[in-house]
Design a protein around this ligand. Structure first.
Ligand SMILES: O=C(O)[C@H](O)[C@@H](O)[C@H](O)[C@H](O)COP(=O)(O)O
Length: 252
């Protein structure tokens, strides 16, 4: 299936970027619910991902979304005890989710290291994969209306790191990562197979330290060197950047 070419949208700074991502997310969720009666969103950890959620919390337009119809997922999670401040889900709850009228049954937080599987990331990954499949209507995962992805300076997305063996794992939608180069070492991550089940992929990045990886990602580098280059939505792939992160892109 051919996928549309990636597009780039640049905001002047990190604050404006977070507000712009929030506005785009609210409109897209409201449209998805109007069309299909529900929306599936995959959230991301990282500074700009959390800042965008805080901007949703601050937006009066957040009341245009029927949050009881929104399914929330995470493309990766740090495998730590529930409620740990370093968990992406904990940060999302504090930035936004605790303030929303969500149905707890649609908040699909990845398993924690003190959950029913105990400190067994392999079993936790399998459990999260089964939860995704239960919402997949016959597929391994639901089709995400929006897949938000932060990106590290090395070009990693979710917890798929350059040159790491986790990149090649595609036997399931979720993989356990045991030696992440970014702490903490143990994580759960979507595989590329799951990342490809998105209508819209939005790669969000701010700051000059991301500029070289943004240029490689937009330029279509080998995904084993720059994993961000390997993720595309069926309807759109958007790079949502601040000016510093866009600094190494060629002028069109
Ligand atoms: O658990 C994590 O660390 C993230 O999910 C990770 O993939 C993150 O999104 C990027 O590393 C960008 O993070 P920053 O925006 O903080 O640089």
């Amino acid at each position: 299936m051919s996928r549309p070419a990636a597009r780039v949208v640049v905001a002047p700074d990190k604050e404006a970027l977070a507000v712009a991502v929030a506005a785009r997310l609210l409109t897209t969720l409201a449209d998805a619910i109007a069309e299909r009666g529900r929306a599936h969103v995959s959230l991301t950890g990282g500074s700009i991902g959390v800042a965008a959620l805080a901007a949703v919390a601050d937006s009066p337009a957040r009341s245009t979304v029927d949050w009881s119809r929104v399914h929330l997922w995470w493309s990766d999670e740090r495998f730590l005890p529930a409620g740990d401040p370093d968990r992406n889900a904990t940060q999302a709850r504090e930035a936004l989710l605790d303030a929303l009228p969500l149905d707890p049954a649609t908040v699909h937080e990845p398993p924690a290291s003190d959950g029913v599987d105990g400190d067994d990331p392999g079993a936790a990954a399998a459990r999260y994969a089964a939860e995704l499949a239960a919402q997949g209507e016959g597929a391994e995962t639901p089709e995400f209306d929006v897949l938000l992805l932060g990106m590290g300076p090395d070009g990693h997305v979710a917890s798929l790191f350059p040159g790491h063996e986790g990149l090649a794992r595609d036997e399931s939608s979720v993989v356990a990562i045991r030696d992440s180069p970014k702490p903490p070492p143990t994580r759960l991550s979507f595989t590329f197979g799951a990342l490809h089940r998105a209508r819209r992929v939005w790669l969000v990045a701010a700051g000059g330290e991301k500029a070289p990886a943004v240029a490689r990602g937009v330029g279509g580098d080998d995904p084993s060197s720059t994993p961000a280059a390997g993720v595309h939505g069926s309807l759109e792939t958007l790079w949502l950047l601040d000016a510093a992160a866009a600094a190494d892109l060629d002028e069109a």
